[in-house]
Ligand binder design. Structure first.
Ligand SMILES: CC(=O)N[C@H]1[C@@H](OP(=O)(O)OP(=O)(O)OC[C@H]2O[C@@H](n3ccc(=O)[nH]c3=O)[C@H](O)[C@@H]2O)O[C@H](CO)[C@@H](O)[C@@H]1O[C@H](C)C(=O)N[C@@H](C)C(=O)N[C@H](CCC(=O)O)C(=O)O
Ligand SMILES: Nc1ncnc2c1ncn2[C@@H]1O[C@H](COP(=O)(O)OP(=O)(O)OP(=O)(O)O)[C@@H](O)[C@H]1O
Length: 493
């Protein structure tokens, strides 16, 4: 697209504008390259206008911004826009040729459950035969199912990445996409210009008030997704839903807690290998098996099913899809269970509250002993949580193992001593310390017996393990599987 056509797409009437070819658009000076338009955003910490020389040197062809600061002369053609973030999103959508119009896009928002519901929905849509992509906190996937990562870690990245990924999906022949929409993304226009077929609402609770100020503001930002969608899937168990009713073109409700709803669950049974429940729905009544741990996943499953049904999935496809769902990588990921093996779970819980929640959930379905392996990161990242992590692990599990977790420039011994202190002062004091993480995993799995649960916490899906002088490639699931393979042979017991 040429610059003048882009200006026209943004409703800017400009004369005397040069007309170079535009390759892309970016808000980040470090990412600017030849042929890019740079959008100068005045953020909370920086003013993008400070980087104009830098983007010119990188080969950018023009700048969009809300106005040059006094005394600054732009080295590139400067197009003034009323709202820089909106312009970034509109330019990104125009340059990608509005890919969401060629897809059926499901957006998922809510305080908790976005990632799980997004992954479930994309799995159910695939089970229904739709080629489906995904943009989520854990990464993004084209319909080939391979997980990829953006250069910066976001739930919802900035608009150019959103639009480029949607375009990649269209090029790859996708029919549908599932996209996690965070409240930050909705507030900062990262998903402006996305054409939403369905908005899924999980639930809202107090969070991110540092950014939004009040719960009401937080709700107002999240509500935008429902307002913009052709259809909404709303949680009848969430008190905020009454204020969302009637905002989308059409709507479906769901309830995991016995409220009146289109999709509801009853007879919920939590087992060692997952959940079973009866579903009452517009597609009829059926029994569902979901190989996931945690009762809250019943609500996520109902939301995912209602969204997939909206795009045409049948009851048979949903039943088969739920039963074959492998979970979200590194989030309560169930590796093994059964008569003979201990149940092993990999989860990224790395804060005292999230570890507490994970252990409490697992306790309810552990007939034997509950084991946990946990470390704590080095460097400046919240050293105050080391003792509380040790305390929670030792208080809620029958036995804790303390080990390394990205210790970086902090002596590992210092971290482990703090965790041990927490375990002695507030926990049961039943722990073992094994500094090498692979050895620790082999040991804890070797100790566990059938009927026990082993939670390997902290790393989840991360692919490196950082030590003081080396960064190792890491795959917690693979290390755990190797330990389980050793366990299952007589020599390993
Ligand atoms: C609170 C928040 O979301 N802030 C976002 C906001 O930052 P900001 O307004 O402070 O921007 P800034 O850092 O002052 O920069 C202003 C402009 O200068 C540019 N810049 C800045 C420095 C530089 O060297 N070069 C440069 O080009 C920036 O790219 C930006 O365009 O705009 C920036 C880019 O435009 C985002 O990178 C930044 O995300 C920060 C890093 C962040 O941590 N966001 C988190 C909280 C977030 O978005 N989280 C949600 C999930 C939340 C959840 O549900 O858990 C998410 O979707 O990931
Ligand atoms: N429907 C739900 N209601 C309440 N809590 C939930 C629900 N689903 C998941 N959770 C809890 O929230 C945690 C995070 O789940 P998930 O990753 O799906 O949420 P999220 O909204 O994507 O959060 P994040 O953006 O931090 O990944 C889970 O481990 C679980 O403890």
């Amino acid at each position: 697209m040429r610059l003048q056509a882009l200006a026209a797409a943004l409703n800017l009437s400009l004369t005397d504008l040069p007309d170079p070819q535009v390759r892309g658009v970016t808000h980040n000076a470090d990412w600017a390259g030849p042929g890019d338009v740079f959008v100068a955003i005045r953020g909370a910490r920086f003013d993008g206008h400070n980087f104009l020389q830098e983007v010119q040197r990188a080969g950018a062809v023009a700048v969009l911004g809300e106005g040059l600061p006094d005394g600054l002369v732009s080295p590139l053609p400067y197009l003034r826009v009323p709202d820089a973030r909106a312009a970034l999103a509109d330019a990104a959508a125009a340059l990608a040729d509005h890919p969401s119009r060629a897809l059926r896009v499901v957006g998922v928002t809510g305080t908790d459950g976005k990632t799980t519901t997004a992954w479930l929905t994309r799995h159910l849509l695939r089970a229904a035969g739709l080629k489906t992509g995904l943009l989520s906190t854990v990464g993004y996937e084209l319909p080939d199912g391979q997980l990829r990562h953006f250069p910066a870690h976001f739930t919802t990245p900035e608009a150019p990445q959103v639009q480029r990924t949607l375009r990649e999906l269209v090029t790859a022949g996708a029919d549908a996409a599932v996209l996690e929409a965070s409240s930050h993304a909705l507030a900062l226009d990262r998903v402006r210009g996305v054409d939403w077929a369905v908005a899924v609402w999980t639930h809202l609770s107090r969070e991110h008030l540092d950014f939004h100020g009040t719960v009401e503001n937080y709700f107002t930002e999240k509500r935008k997704l429902v307002e913009r969608a052709r259809h909404a899937v709303l949680n009848a168990d969430d008190p905020w839903t009454v204020r969302l009713t009637g905002l989308a073109g059409g709507e479906t409700t769901y309830s995991a807690e016995g409220e009146q709803a289109d999709w509801s669950a009853s007879e919920v049974e939590e087992g060692v290998n997952g959940l079973t429940f009866r579903v009452t729905s517009p597609l009829g009544e059926f029994r569902a098996n979901l190989p996931m741990i945690g009762r809250f996943n019943v609500a996520n499953a109902l939301a995912g099913m209602a969204a997939a049904a909206q795009l045409g999935a049948t009851a048979e496809q949903l039943i088969a899809g739920l039963a074959s769902f492998r979970g979200v990588p590194g989030r309560m990921e169930l590796l093994a269970a059964g008569e003979d093996l201990p149940r092993v779970i990999v989860d990224f819980a790395h804060t005292p509250p999230s570890l507490e929640k994970a252990l409490a959930t697992l306790r309810t379905t552990t007939p034997g002993r509950l084991w946990v392996l946990i470390g704590s990161a080095g460097g400046p990242r919240d050293p105050g949580k080391r003792a509380p992590l040790g305390e929670v692990a030792s208080r809620l599990a029958d036995h804790a193992v303390f080990t390394e977790e990205d210790c970086r420039d902090t002596p590992l011994d210092d971290i482990l001593r703090e965790m041990e202190r927490g375990a002695r002062e507030g926990g049961q004091g039943t722990f073992t310390t094994i500094p090498d993480r692979a050895e620790a995993i082999a040991w804890i799995i070797g100790q566990a017996r059938s009927g026990d649960t082993v939670l390997l916490a902290g790393k989840g899906p991360e692919d490196t393990l950082e030590r003081a002088h080396e960064t190792l490639p890491w795959d917690e699931v693979a290390v755990a599987r190797a330990a389980l393979a050793a366990w299952s042979t007589p020599a390993g017991q």
